[in-house]
Write a protein of this length. Structure first.
Lengths: 179, 179
DNA sequence: CTATGATAGTCGCATCTGCAACTATCTAAA
DNA sequence: TTTAGATAGTTGCAGATGCGACTATCATAG
């Protein structure tokens, strides 16, 4: 039976409030809290790149990242699914990106409900400049781990993601399915 | 469900878009994105406990968790520091908790700017009921990892937290410093 | 063909939360 | 003592975002 890495009892119990009987929860050892805090901190560290420098917020960056990596046009709905972002958030991000002429869209003749999104040349240029900076930032953050620890960490993250149903189930990443 | 791209409709990708030369960034392998997504998913999984069942939001839960674990009265500022939550957010959470009579505060005679916060008996009762549920949820989520993997994961998280300055630097947890 | 239901995308609304200004209070230095 | 600066906490405001309603379109069953 795997032991949960939490709720160690080492808190001060001095004072009059000794009525505590049940299990304790140390926020600093509670994985959900730690993940929230860490994600927020890492995002803040990256925002200097995509936000301050290029005026992108997180949803906008996710749209560009999806279009850029797949190197292929796709719909807003697809981006929403892949990035687990609400479709209204993606819709607003796309609107903003179109206003800045970083992304363009064309009607899909086969299904006139949806639009096919593509980066413009200008968007592609911004993307190409941004990516190295973000990858460098990520490397800097992960530098506190050894190479083996980094792969271990990625593997453990993957296992948790899988068990929560967060990842695509197959490896046909060049096809449409993302999960 | 993204459809197979109909190549006749939109511009060819390999031909024109082959201008891609720089490094690619796979969002699904990008740690900052993965942390964000995972944290959001884990929070959503827990919210059924503290939100739906007890009507607490995350900041309120953090206030209770801090008061409950330390089992000792402390100021709002202290909670804000410890949980890395903005003081205005904590202020509103405390107001809500006082309205529900889950928390009370008394003036600090030594420093009349700050208030000393304490859980009420009612707040303590809610806390004691909530904690086991949250710990169980955490265990469920981490159950996809073996015991060793769980401790490894916690250790790696800790290393990243340390390098980002997210953890308290000493172990005088019974004193005021939390990081 | 028509009707029913599903899906893509947009938008209004409500909520949340960070920022910054503000009050009150404490500290320290002139 | 007086004054300037720092700190605890509150609140107005604005930006971000999830939810749900809405339109338009597609798919399928009858």
């Amino acid at each position: 039976m795997p032991k949960a890495p939490s709720s160690e009892v080492r808190a001060p119990l001095r004072g009059e409030n000794a009525s505590q009987t049940g299990p304790r929860l140390d926020l600093f050892k509670f994985v959900p809290f730690r993940l929230n805090r860490l994600a927020a901190e890492v995002s803040a560290a990256l925002s200097s790149e995509y936000q301050e420098r290029y005026g992108l917020d997180i949803p906008e960056w996710r749209v560009l990242a999806t279009l850029g990596f797949r190197n292929q046009a796709c719909s807003a709905q697809y981006i929403a699914h892949c990035t687990r972002t609400h479709k209204s958030t993606i819709s607003r991000a796309v609107t903003a990106l179109m206003t800045r002429q970083l992304v363009e869209r064309v009607e899909n003749k086969d299904d006139r409900r949806e639009f096919t999104l593509r980066m413009t040349r200008k968007g592609r240029a911004l993307y190409e400049r941004l990516i190295p900076r973000l990858l460098r930032k990520e490397r800097e953050i992960m530098l506190c781990l050894s190479a083996k620890e980094q792969t271990d960490f990625a593997r453990l993250l993957g296992k948790i993601e899988s068990s929560l149903g967060l990842v695509r189930t197959n490896e046909r990443a060049d096809e449409g399915e993302c999960y």
